[in-house]
Design a protein around this ligand. Structure first.
Ligand code: PEP
Ligand code: MN
Length: 363
């Protein structure tokens, strides 16, 4: 994947920026008192936070709370004048963007259900032409990094350079303990393609419950992400949306206080030389691994030729099962987790089959 974005660094347009950039506030704006009260508590702990609240809520099912609508923008304005907090909300249509610009909302974000639709993203990008406002893009619901990159590109092509990606997890049939599977590798993929792109993690939508937030937030920091978006509500149990995952401002304070913020750059020379030594060992082992893999594939091709000459099917299910069982026993003895080995073997097996198929087809 290649992704070439023109990005204004966070620090340049948000002088108070310090890792982690914190975006806090309720899932939804519900009433004026809830907004002002939550914002006052947030600013008392985090004067540099960005205040979030959803005004229009994309809900999976109708007849649930679909957001308070335009009146919420007036409450956002009040939050801004009374607390001085920077404000952010979700936009899903060109009309939302126009209303937010008129109301002086400081930052816009595109939600996960909108990022999946290039038509909607393009409509939003079109009204943003010539406007100078930061726009954050949440990952699409589906684990498709190209859609995420595409939405960022469309916004960037409209001339918006104050951009960031928000990692809020992905829908998967096997979410484990999470509401949305984090699939960290996709966020890492995006970051490695575009190292200057700030990434903000949203542990609330990944975790779906307050208990998981500290773990996810810490992991995000250890992945060198730039910020955290955490849904914060005065009375989470009675919230009109996402009641199960919001935290109180006091809980938020504890979560942030308990974070260990590690640094990505290595300053001490002694530390660096020890790390260099270990890294060169890893490089050598990686070379060995790759050479072994190449050898293994060559043997697999020999087997492919033999199967072709003797009219034998490529997939020999019983053989594959026995081979995997034997290797997973060995892996267990070596202390390698079963799931890791299973995933690795799946990849190796897929590549062997691909090569043998080419041989069968005489390529
Ligand atoms: C939200 O931030 O409240 C929201 C709707 O998030 P997402 O788009 O990640 O589902
Ligand atoms: Mn929410």
């Amino acid at each position: 994947m290649n992704l070439d974005l023109n990005i204004t660094p966070l620090k340049q347009w948000l002088p108070s920026f310090e890792r982690p950039l914190l975006i806090a506030g309720p899932c939804s704006a519900e009433n004026e008192q809830q907004m002002l009260h939550t914002a006052a508590d947030i600013v008392s702990h985090f004067p540099n936070a960005i205040f979030r609240a959803g005004i229009w809520k994309p809900r999976t099912r109708p007849n649930t709370f679909e957001g308070i609508g335009d009146i919420g923008l007036e409450w956002m304005q009040k939050v801004k004048t009374e607390t001085g907090l920077v404000t952010a909300t979700e936009v899903a249509t060109a009309e939302h963007v126009e209303k937010c610009l008129k109301a002086g909302i400081d930052i816009l974000w595109i939600g996960a259900r909108t990022t999946v639709n290039p038509f909607s993203v393009q409509d939003i990008a079109d009204v943003l032409k010539g406007v100078d406002i930061p726009v954050f893009v949440k990952n699409p619901i589906y684990p498709d990094v190209q859609l995420w990159a595409g939405a960022l590109e469309r916004i960037n092509n409209a001339g918006i350079t104050k951009i960031a990606a928000i990692h809020r997890g992905f829908h998967s049939y096997d979410n484990g303990p999470f509401r949305n599977s984090p699939k960290w590798e996709l966020a890492i993929d995006l970051k490695s393609t575009c190292p200057d792109l700030p990434i903000i993690c949203d542990p609330s939508h990944i975790g779906g419950s307050p208990e998981l937030i500290p773990y996810i937030a810490q992991k995000a920091m250890d992945m060198d992400m730039d910020g955290l978006m955490i849904e914060t509500h005065m009375d989470p149990a009675n919230a009109l949306s996402d009641a199960k995952q919001q935290v109180t401002p006091m809980q938020l304070k504890k979560i942030i206080q308990d974070l260990q913020i590690r640094c990505a750059s290595i300053e001490s020379l002694e530390l660096k030389s020890k790390l260099d030594e270990l890294r060169s060992l890893i490089r050598k082992l990686d070379d060995d691994l790759l050479e072994l893999l190449a050898k293994r594939m060559a043997v697999s091709e020999q087997i492919g030729n033999y199967k072709r000459e003797n009219n034998i099917t490529i997939l020999q299910l019983n053989h594959w099962k026995a081979l995997f069982e034997r290797s997973s026993e060995t892996a267990k003895l070596l202390g390698l987790p079963h799931d890791f080995i299973k995933g690795l073997y799946q990849l190796i097996h897929d590549e062997s089959i691909r090569r043998q198929t080419d041989i069968m087809n005489n390529k």
